[in-house]
Design a protein around this ligand. Structure first.
Ligand code: URA
Length: 198
């Protein structure tokens, strides 16, 4: 089903894509979500951050990364003078999206079917944004964008490409909250992304 959906999304602009996500019933997550979580940030942001899926707070508020992991992410971005604000200069702006637009029940891992159904939305977001750098956080973003099952530890530390766009892999901030030693590595990854885009 995914390729058919992808072609249906091909001509959509930001508002039309947002509506398509809001009305999506392609998988069973539509029956347990409070709302879809589309993405946030400047529509011409140079940076794009891709996470996993909405958690409880995101499902309630309709914005990605608003819980504890999001606060850590925002602090790390702020240290590079980067922000999710939609009205700043594009070169200092970050667009944040998730691989899945709906919260899996009890924050379980996304299934392969859910990832496949939701992927065309992320693909269209990237096409519309045309970011200068993508930061893929965690294994589900990486599986989707790089088609790789390798552990994050083996993929981080170098620049990959997604459709020609430089892509840096790093740990998910929720993991960093549980594993503080990896924070220094994630910081190195953000600095690598910053060097790549500037
Ligand atoms: N984790 C994610 O991957 N995305 C969110 O929006 C929140 C937590």
């Amino acid at each position: 089903a995914a390729p058919a959906v992808a072609s249906a999304l091909a001509g959509l602009d930001w508002p039309a894509l947002r509506s398509a996500v809001a009305g999506c019933q392609a998988c069973s997550l539509c029956s347990s979500r409070t709302q879809t979580v589309f993405g946030v940030g400047h529509p011409q942001a140079h940076w794009m951050v891709v996470g996993e899926a909405p958690g409880e707070n995101e499902d309630l508020q309709g914005e990605p990364f608003v819980g504890a992991a999001g606060q850590l992410l925002d602090r790390m971005l702020a240290a590079l003078q980067l922000s999710r604000a939609a009205d700043g200069p594009p070169e200092r702006s970050v667009y944040i999206a998730n691989t899945l637009k709906c919260r899996p029940p009890r924050n379980r891992n996304p299934s392969a079917e859910e990832l496949a159904q939701c992927e065309p939305f992320l693909v269209r977001q990237i096409e519309l944004l045309q970011p200068r750098i993508i930061l893929a956080m965690g294994r589900f973003a990486v599986q989707t964008l790089l088609r790789s099952d390798e552990p994050i530890g083996r993929l981080r530390g170098r620049v990959h490409r997604y459709q020609g766009v430089p892509l840096v892999v790093t740990y998910h901030p929720a993991y960093l909250l549980r594993s503080l030693p990896e924070k220094a590595k994630a910081w190195d990854d953000l600095c690598l992304a910053a060097e790549t885009v500037e």
